[in-house]
Design a protein. Structure first.
Lengths: 293, 520
């Protein structure tokens, strides 16, 4: 049983932030800042969090925030860290917070560069699987079968989601991990581990977005849990680009359909597409298990 | 609230103000409400005991609080934990997940804690009661306890030389250790209740006279007259009723039994008599014969199984026909073969079965002994309860009857009931197993641990009641759920009404309701 102090610990987040009801991104930042502690500086690229961080003069985080342009997140983060080191501050964690657009698409070259240079920053991608802040346009994190603003019915995203963790692991960075909001302890443990590591650390957080996914706002945690239990979003970490470890193995693999049917963005799917998605998921899961062994 | 704590705004962002200044609560169109819905254990309990609430206190190692909640509906947890037939565990939702919570064991643990930590109340000793309670069985004791708590003097009259009624004279020692009972009685005496034993109200002490001396009477003498066995030979020596047999054994007298012992009947008294007979010196052959099937036995299935395990032979669908005597003692008993159809017994045209019989114990059901109460010479105002009114029933039902009688008496005496009466949740639907959010249940992986009450209570889901698992606060994106005054509370200044707290609550203690306000 968790103590009341632990349960209501909001990390560096203030109540009163302007995220949508049931926002997975706000929860993600709440949990990760619980693990990182006060000595953290945020670099936020254009994303939902540009809004959630607060309308000046209000701020939603109890730490400094630097907003930056879409493609430059990792570069700005690198600069902030080097600037702090130059001023003698080696302790402060520089955390670059970016949505899936700023990571998978627009921010990818700066991210790849920073990872290759092994900059001492934590890059966190909270993945809501589309450009949700601007109305839900397709990004390369949008999974196969999704209906989006740029692929409305009868269209849908017909390409699979980019495997970001393996791209990052291919850079040979010291730490890369996935985490999600339903598994708070797991996320806490991973960020606490990342805090102790020097070098480039990458996080891929699945953050359900109720309005964007067409789900009820109270389903955020449930969706996040189902994504893990169905092995669609396995929880694992990669150290030094090669050592894969599964941090949570579902006792029983749940059918993907249970996850999909709660979201209106998947409602136009045909039965064959559903089966194809389940097959693809099984294949990905097998591939991951091979990497782990 | 975060607004009152020192703002931790980092020095670089001078001029920034905490986001708490924005009251995002006005976005809300649904509001979380704590609703207290009854759990299936509580509905099943004859006492309506607030089981999830006191288990929650045990979970937090607050035995004093657990006792305070428990005593609202049950002042004798040590006794009921030992003797109750625990319908609570049979209906426990957790039973469908892995194994039900060991509620009787936990109840007894709270009762034993109370026995250990009991302190008599300060104040002058009570010399005279205002209410006379006649009969010191569970109903009488419970009524006396609640009246005493409300500050009304009580005198309890008992016909037998020992107090406790059925608890002392009917229930075998292996089911209720007598040390537990005598400690409970001691505590009641220390509370200021006066006990007078060996006084048969109705006999040498007529009810009329009691009525003159006391403001009100509570009659709880139980059902102590065994239904007679109407077969030839039933008047012989060596034929004894189960009630009489158990009473004499419990009083420490030796009852001469001759093998083989035949017990006729299918209730708990019959099973108790058979098991106790087996414990007597030199007795190894005991048979229990019932005229219906095993399924139809009124006795608790656990007790029947235990009796069978100990070596009691069980026979069914046999109805006593005649007892053949030799030298005025039973020698052989004949049974008609029967069949039950739609609850009715049909005698089969088959030859009777014969059993050798040394002693015959019969337990055909008890009924109130009206004659023993004596004649009333004029109209009396009296309250009655327990088995006397309901017919033979259970210990918890008698405790409940005592509690209700106490409430009636207090109303009559224009006294307000003692503090912290149990609230009954009639009309609210029970929390079913399907409703629970077991995926989020923090204690899902724990298995039954009888040795550690605190750990065992930790397995309780707390269906319909907040068990302070903290998930609502943990999963709130707006930090609106906070621990205040020993419970989780929603800060409506920031709650956007997403409903995550209600959706993730494992016990379904929270529900979203339309509107801005907390409706509860």
């Amino acid at each position: 049983m968790i103590t009341p102090e632990e349960a209501q610990n909001g990390g560096l987040l203030y109540a009163g932030h302007p995220a949508c009801p049931g926002c997975g991104a706000a929860l993600s930042v709440r949990y990760l800042t619980r693990a990182l502690g006060e000595k953290t500086a945020f670099v936020i690229t254009a994303s939902c969090w540009s809004i959630i961080a607060g309308l000046p003069p209000l701020t939603s985080l109890k730490c400094p925030i630097l907003h930056c342009t879409f493609p430059s997140a990792a570069a700005v983060g690198s600069g902030v860290k080097r600037g702090l080191v130059r001023k003698g501050d080696r302790e402060t964690n520089v955390l670059v917070l970016s949505g899936d657009g700023g990571t998978f698409d627009i921010g990818l070259q700066a991210l790849s560069g920073a990872a290759q240079r092994n900059e001492d920053i934590i890059f966190v991608c909270y993945d809501n699987e589309a450009y949700m802040n601007t109305g839900g346009q397709t990004s390369s994190a949008t999974p196969y079968g999704t209906r989006t603003a740029t692929a409305p019915f009868p269209l849908y995203q017909d390409r699979p989601k980019k495997d970001m963790i393996r791209i990052m692991a291919a850079h040979g960075i010291p730490y890369a991990a996935t985490a999600t909001v339903a598994f708070v302890d797991d996320m806490h443990r991973k960020f606490a581990a990342a805090r102790e590591i020097r070098g480039f650390r990458f996080f891929h957080l699945l953050s359900p977005c109720p309005p964007g996914w067409g789900a009820e706002p109270d389903e955020t945690i449930h969706l996040s849990r189902l994504a893990v239990e169905s092995c669609l979003f396995p929880l694992y970490e990669v150290r030094d680009g090669e050592h894969y470890t599964l941090t949570y193995r579902p006792a029983q693999k749940k059918p993907l359909e249970e996850y999909l049917k709660l979201q209106r963005r998947f409602h136009s799917l045909e039965k064959e597409q559903l089966e194809a998605m389940q097959r693809q998921l099984d294949l990905n899961w097998q591939k991951l298990l091979q990497l782990i062994n | 609230m975060a607004g009152t704590s020192k703002p931790a705004v980092y020095k670089y962002s001078r001029g920034a103000q905490p986001g708490t200044a924005a009251r995002t609560g006005d976005w809300r169109f649904l509001t979380p409400n704590w609703i207290y819905r009854p759990s299936p254990c509580r509905i099943a309990c004859p006492l309506g005991s607030e089981i999830p609430a006191w288990l929650e206190a045990v979970k937090r190692e607050r035995f004093d609080e657990a006792w305070r909640i428990l005593r609202r509906s049950n002042p004798f947890p040590a006794i009921s934990g030992a003797v109750c037939f625990h319908p609570c565990t049979e209906n426990c939702n957790r039973g469908q997940l892995d194994e039900s919570i060991a509620i009787p064991e936990l109840e007894r643990a709270v009762g034993e804690w109370r026995q250990k930590h009991y302190r008599p109340p300060a104040g002058p000793p009570v010399t005279r009661g205002r209410v006379a309670v006649i009969g010191s069985g569970p109903a009488g004791l419970s009524c006396a306890y609640y009246l005493n708590r409300a500050g009304i003097g009580v005198t309890v009259f008992e016909r037998a030389p020992v107090c406790g009624g059925l608890l002392a004279l009917g229930i075998p020692q292996y089911r209720l250790p007598r040390a537990l009972l005598s400690r409970e009685l001691e505590m009641l005496k220390d509370d200021g209740i006066i006990f007078e034993t060996g006084v048969a109200a109705g006999g040498e002490l007529p009810l009329d006279r009691l009525n003159e001396e006391y403001d009100l009477l509570f009659l709880a003498v139980g059902a102590q007259k065994e239904r007679p066995l109407n077969i030839p030979g039933a008047e012989a020596a060596g034929v004894i009723s189960a009630y009489e047999f158990l009473r004499r054994v419990n009083l420490g007298e030796t009852v001469r039994l001759v093998e083989p012992v035949i017990v006729v009947g299918g209730g708990n008294a019959a099973v108790d008599a058979a098991r106790v007979a087996l414990l007597q010196e030199g007795i190894t052959r005991v048979s229990l014969v019932y005229r219906r099937t095993r399924k139809e036995m009124p006795a608790t299935a656990d007790e029947v199984d235990a009796a069978e395990k100990e070596g009691v032979q069980l026979y069914f669908n046999l109805s006593p026909q005649a007892l053949r005597l030799e030298e005025e003692r039973p020698a052989e008993i004949l049974f008609e073969q029967t069949e039950t159809a739609e609850g009715k017994i049909k005698v089969l045209p088959a030859p009777p079965r014969s059993f050798a019989c040394g002693t015959l114990i019969y337990a055909l059901g008890q009924q109130p002994d009206w004659e023993a109460l004596g004649r009333l010479s004029r109209e009396l105002t009296l309250f009655a309860g327990g088995d006397l009114v309901s017919g033979p029933s259970t210990v918890p039902a008698a405790i409940q009857a005592g509690r209700l009688a106490a409430a009636g008496i207090m109303e009559r005496l224009k006294r307000r009931p003692g503090t912290g009466e149990a609230q009954f949740l009639e009309g609210k639907p029970v929390v079913g197993f399907e409703e629970l959010n077991l995926a989020a249940l923090p204690s899902a992986h724990l298995t039954r641990r009888l040795s550690d009450p605190v750990a065992e209570a930790g397995r309780c889901i707390g269906c319909g009641t907040c068990s302070s698992c903290g998930l609502c606060a943990l999963y709130c994106p707006d930090l609106a759920v906070q621990w205040r005054r020993e419970r989780y509370d929603v800060n409506l200044d920031y709650c956007k009404g997403c409903g995550l707290c209600a959706r993730e609550c494992p016990a379904r203690a929270l529900v979203m309701k339309g509107g801005w306000e907390d409706a509860c």
